[in-house]
Design a protein around this ligand. Structure first.
Ligand code: C5P
Length: 240
């Protein structure tokens, strides 16, 4: 397979065309950003870590029977994915009060939710990705009623299996963000990445943050923390 022209340059990834029009080539960058790009730094080694972590998690989802866009890891920083028409929603699942949820409702971080909560945010940098409800999604013609139900159900299923995975790593899956798209047959399929950039991960014993909050909040060093997540995933794989 050949890597062709760049079609999208994001904050942490670049997307390239390939000689197959249904397949894209992704490069994970050594870049950390927060606050919608206002905070930005080069972080050597981050691209590799997120590529490896995401690839392992997608392999795990395959084992669990969950469909996604990942095809294969191509190099330490690159992977091959199925081309999707991205649905402009950030689908957030929360198991524990943290982040913008804690702020919005004036709550302390750390309270476990009785039931996971699914939220939608409209993917739009210029508008700062606003929180939106189902009626807004319908009004903006982002997804149909049936698709909204499917997105929520898929998000909850993915939450269920990811919680089990992280549990085995002694990590609490606090919350995370997913993105979905439609494949060439119109089927809603999981896309993007699942990594410490997109999940809040707390060490079960110490509650230490093993995710991008160390960068957002200046409370640690990204590479060593992401390495820890990858090491635990690799140990699990090795121990199988
Ligand atoms: O900031 P907030 O609490 O809403 O984030 C919820 C979850 O979604 C966190 O795990 C965060 O890492 C993730 N997220 C993301 N990309 C965004 C916003 C949130 O990956 N643009």
């Amino acid at each position: 397979m050949k890597r062709n022209g760049l079609i999208y340059a994001g904050k942490a990834k670049k997307l390239f065309l390939t000689d197959d029009e249904q397949v894209l080539w992704v490069e994970y960058l050594d870049q950390a950003t927060a606050l919608n790009g206002l905070k930005k730094d080069k972080v050597i080694g981050k691209g590799q870590l997120n590529n490896k972590i995401t690839s392992r998690i997608f392999d795990y989802l395959t084992e669990q029977g969950i469909d996604h866009h990942f095809i294969q890891q191509k190099s330490p920083t690159e992977q091959i994915i199925q081309r999707l028409q991205i649905i402009p929603l950030e689908v957030v699942v929360r198991n524990v009060v943290a982040g913008s949820f804690a702020k919005r409702f004036g709550l302390e971080e750390g309270q476990e939710l009785e039931q996971p909560i699914v939220e939608f945010y409209f993917k739009n940098d210029a508008l700062d990705d606003p929180f939106i409800n189902d009626e807004h999604v319908l009004f903006l013609e982002i997804a149909s009623k049936e698709e909204i139900a499917e997105l929520k159900q898929l998000a909850l299923e993915i939450n269920h299996v990811l919680r089990q995975l992280f549990d085995q790593l002694s990590i609490l899956l606090v919350d995370f963000k997913l993105e979905f798209g439609r494949n060439s047959q119109g089927k809603i399929t999981l896309g993007d990445e699942i990594s410490p950039d997109t999940c809040r991960l707390w060490d079960k014993e110490t509650s230490r943050h093993l995710d991008k909050d160390v960068y957002r909040r200046n409370i640690g060093e990204i590479v060593s923390v992401y390495e820890e997540v990858l090491d635990r995933l690799e140990q699990l794989k090795g121990g199988k």
